[in-house]
Design a protein around this ligand. Structure first.
Ligand SMILES: Nc1ncnc2c1ncn2[C@@H]1O[C@H](COP(=O)(O)OP(=O)(O)O)[C@@H](O)[C@H]1O
Ligand SMILES: [Mg+2]
Length: 240
C-alpha cells in the first residue's frame, strides 16, 4: 500500500504545478522514499521534465484498466507519462473514483499526481485518489481564481464526506519580492483563507533550468533556493 498520495493542482497553466510536483518527488526520492509521479497532463510535461519518454504508455493506459510499467528516472523515482490519450472520451467520461481504484494496488511510499491546467475531470480524478493536495498559485489574480475553485471543491467534498483528499495547503509559487503583487500575496491569502497552511516557493532560475535540461531537481542542484523551499513543502506533504 502507498503511504502518501499528493495531488498538485491549481487549474491555471504556467503557475508551477509541474515544477513543484517533480521537485517534491525528486526530494522525497532522495530521502529514500520510493516515489511514483503520475502525470495527469495530456501534454505529458512531468514525464518530459524528468527526462523520461513522454510518449510511452502511462496514465491513460492505467485508467484503461492496464498495468503500464512506470519509467525509471533515478533511484527510487519513476513516472507514468500523461499524453493525448487522456483526452479520449472513455477517460473523460470515466468514474471519478477510477484513478483512486487503479492506484490501490500500487506499492510506493509516495505517489505524486501532477494535474493539468483547465481539465477539471482529470484534476478531480487525482483529488479523489489523493490524501493531500498542494494547491499552486502565483501572485496573479487569475491564478488565485483557479486555486480558489480547487479549494471550494475540496471543501465541498469534505463537507459531504466524499472520497478524496482531506488536507491541503496553498503553495505560493514563483515568488519574487521585487514585485509588489508578490509582496502582498501572503497577507492577501491569510485574509481570504485564514485556516489553510501556506508555503512559499521563490522564483529560482535553477528550477526552470533543471526542467529545461530534463534533469530531476536533486540531481541538477540539490542546494538551490528552489530546492530549499520545496524541501519544506515535501516534508509537510508526507507528514500526514
Ligand atoms: N519557482 C520557479 N522559479 C522559476 N521558474 C519557475 C518556477 N516555477 C515554475 N517555473 C517555470 O515556469 C514555467 C511554468 O511552470 P510549470 O511547472 O510547467 O507550470 P504548470 O505545470 O503549472 O503549467 C516553466 O518554464 C517553469 O520552468
Ligand atoms: Mg504542468
Amino acid at each position: 500500500m502507498t503511504v502518501s498520495r499528493i495531488a498538485v493542482a491549481g487549474r491555471k497553466g504556467g503557475v508551477g504545478k509541474t515544477t513543484i510536483a517533480c521537485g517534491v518527488a525528486s526530494i522525497l526520492a532522495s530521502l529514500q522514499s520510493r516515489v511514483l509521479v503520475i502525470d495527469m497532463d495530456p501534454q505529458s510535461n512531468a514525464a518530459y521534465v524528468l527526462g523520461a519518454d513522454p510518449t510511452k504508455p502511462g496514465t491513460a493506459s492505467l485508467l484503461g484498466g492496464n498495468k503500464p510499467e512506470p519509467l525509471n528516472v533515478v533511484d527510487n523515482l519513476s513516472v507514468l507519462p500523461g499524453g493525448p490519450d487522456l483526452m479520449n472520451h472513455s477517460i473523460q467520461s470515466c468514474d471519478q473514483e477510477e484513478l483512486a481504484d487503479a492506484v490501490n494496488h500500487m506499492d510506493y511510499d509516495v505517489i505524486v499526481f501532477d494535474c493539468p491546467p483547465g481539465n477539471e475531470h482529470l484534476e478531480r480524478l487525482a483529488i479523489k485518489a489523493a490524501d493531500t493536495v498542494l494547491i499552486v498559485s502565483d501572485a496573479h489574480p487569475l491564478a488565485l481564481v483557479g486555486a480558489s475553485r480547487v479549494i471550494k471543491e475540496l471543501n465541498l467534498n469534505n463537507q459531504k464526506g466524499r472520497k478524496g483528499a482531506s488536507r491541503w495547503a496553498i503553495i505560493q509559487s514563483k515568488i519574487d519580492a521585487r514585485r509588489a503583487m508578490d509582496r502582498t500575496f501572503d497577507a492577501d491569502l491569510a485574509e481570504s483563507f485564514p485556516t489553510i497552511q501556506r508555503f512559499v516557493v521563490r522564483q529560482d532560475t535553477q528550477l526552470s533550468l533543471a526542467a529545461a535540461d530534463q534533469i530531476p531537481l536533486m540531481t541538477y542542484d540539490a542546494k538551490c533556493r528552489g530546492a530549499k523551499d520545496l524541501k519544506v513543502v515535501a516534508k509537510w506533504g508526507i507528514d500526514g
